[in-house]
Design a protein around this ligand. Structure first.
Ligand code: NAP
Ligand code: F7E
Length: 375
């Protein structure tokens, strides 16, 4: 059975990727950060929470990442973790550079030092193109990052290429354009709109406050993008790929369609507030996915209209359930049993260490504890 290590398994992509790889028969190890309130709601919603081997680890803590790599001993590694919200990266530029950028070098070092011969995937982003003025972006288009997040992603993109060429690693970067779903975080504009529209349609709210309605993005469906990500690691050669739909739509297009779906007029409810504008906006992104089509045989099936419908309908259902008194999965935060976690002292971890220890006495000591008996 192939083993896989996914960082950021609690996020949108980590959860969909885990679901897809489970269907392919992989054993899944996923890292998550210990926080005061657990956030396994995506894994719960997909019904896969109990199938994931959870490893507490933080990208900022290299020791924990080394342990995660060692104990999972993976065939494939998917680095999905990042501080992914562009707006916040302007406010927390240093933290973002460390998590989204520098941590990738630490992770690659962990693989190199431990001599783990795993294939490595890095979640690169179309944000790296920034305001480069091109009408369509592909693998050869120059980058012009326009946020601390994009600059950190570009650094990570570069270092993956350096490790690939310096140490003969199978390391690839997927340049993914915006991909959304009902599992998308509420702060991203797609989900903010689908959720806001559903609340308005249910009579729970009477306005939706947004920023720049004229920015254009190439929006696809997250679950099917994860299939492309998996395909990238199944190729003979490590190469980078653009994953996109090839269509650009404005935030306003998204708003109009979402309100149309519930039979309301957007102008009555949408307000603009400058606080949602960015210091440096990316006006337009549209990806050319020809290489992915040709080499991976991958093509998006869910484009803009289907995506907006899917998201609005899901949020409508969720709010209807709420009004009927049924809870959302994330209303009951799930504290994982300590026994489920793979830590330095958990059985699975100790057993994997024992195999590597040559000295029998040391083996016995690690297994049974020190020979000194305490009264
Ligand atoms: P997401 O929902 O925000 O998930 C990010 C994940 O990273 C979460 O599991 C988060 O954990 C984890 N994380 C954040 N900081 C961490 C740290 N210091 N240590 C360990 N884990 C940490 O993002 P997503 O949409 O799934 O995106 C997945 C990846 O693709 C990200 O790298 C993102 O930048 C990149 N990307 C996304 C898109 C897109 O449109 N979705 C497009 C291009 C590239 P918590 O749950 O604890 O916060
Ligand atoms: O903004 C505009 C905003 O935050 C999209 C991340 O996954 O995709 C995502 O980054 C556009 C921007 O996503 C609001 O100004 C207007 O032009 O949904 P977003 P993003 O910044 O494109 C890339 C590929 C990633 O890699 C990132 O990790 O919508 N916009 N009004 C707004 N955006 C937000 N969030 N909220 C508003 O009220």
């Amino acid at each position: 059975m192939k083993k896989v290590l996914i960082t950021g398994i609690t996020g949108q992509d980590g959860a969909y990727l885990a679901q897809y790889l489970l269907s392919k028969g992989y054993k899944i190890y996923g890292t998550f950060r210990r926080i005061s309130t657990p956030n396994f709601w995506r894994l719960q919603s997909l019904g896969i929470y109990s199938k994931i081997n959870l490893i507490p680890a933080d990208l900022l803590d290299m020791g924990s990442m080394l342990e995660a790599v060692r104990v999972s001993d993976p065939d494939e590694v998917y680095n999905m973790a990042a501080s992914s919200y562009v707006s916040t990266s302007f406010e927390q530029a240093i933290g973002n550079s460390e998590i989204t950028g520098l941590a990738v070098t630490k992770f690659l070092e962990a693989l190199r030092v431990l001599r783990v011969d795993a294939k490595f995937y890095q979640a690169s982003s179309s944000e790296m193109y920034g305001n480069n003025g091109c009408t369509i972006q592909d693998e050869q288009t120059p980058f012009y990052p326009s946020s601390p997040y994009a600059a950190a992603k570009l650094y990570a993109h570069g270092i993956v290429n350096v490790y690939k060429n310096s140490y003969n690693m199978f390391a690839v970067a997927g340049i993914l354009f915006n991909h959304e779903s009902p599992l998308r975080g509420m702060e991203f504009v797609s989900r903010k709109i689908s959720n806001g529209v559903a609340e308005i349609a249910m009579g729970l709210k009477d306005e939706l406050v947004l920023g720049n309605l004229y920015a254009k993005r190439d929006w696809g469906y997250a679950a099917e993008y994860m299939e492309a990500v998996h395909l990238m690691l199944q190729q003979d050669k490590p190469e980078d790929y653009v994953i996109s739909t090839g269509e650009a739509h404005s935030v306003l297009d998204f708003v109009k369609l979402a309100f149309d779906i519930v039979g309301l007029t957007w102008k009555k409810y949408v307000k603009i507030n400058k606080r949602f504008f960015r210091p440096f906006e990316v006006d337009y992104l549209c990806g050319n996915n020809k290489k992915a089509k040709r080499k991976l045989g991958w093509e998006p099936k869910i484009k803009f209209e289907k995506l907006v419908k899917l998201m609005v309908n899901e949020d409508m259902n969720r709010w209807k359930m709420f009004v009927e008194g049924k809870t959302f999965p994330w209303d009951a935060p799930l504290y994982p049993s300590e026994a489920k976690l793979i830590t330095r002292s958990s059985e699975e971890n100790i057993n994997s260490k024992i195999k590597k220890l040559k000295n029998r006495q040391t083996q016995r000591m690690v297994k049974n504890g020190p020979s000194i008996k305490y009264k």
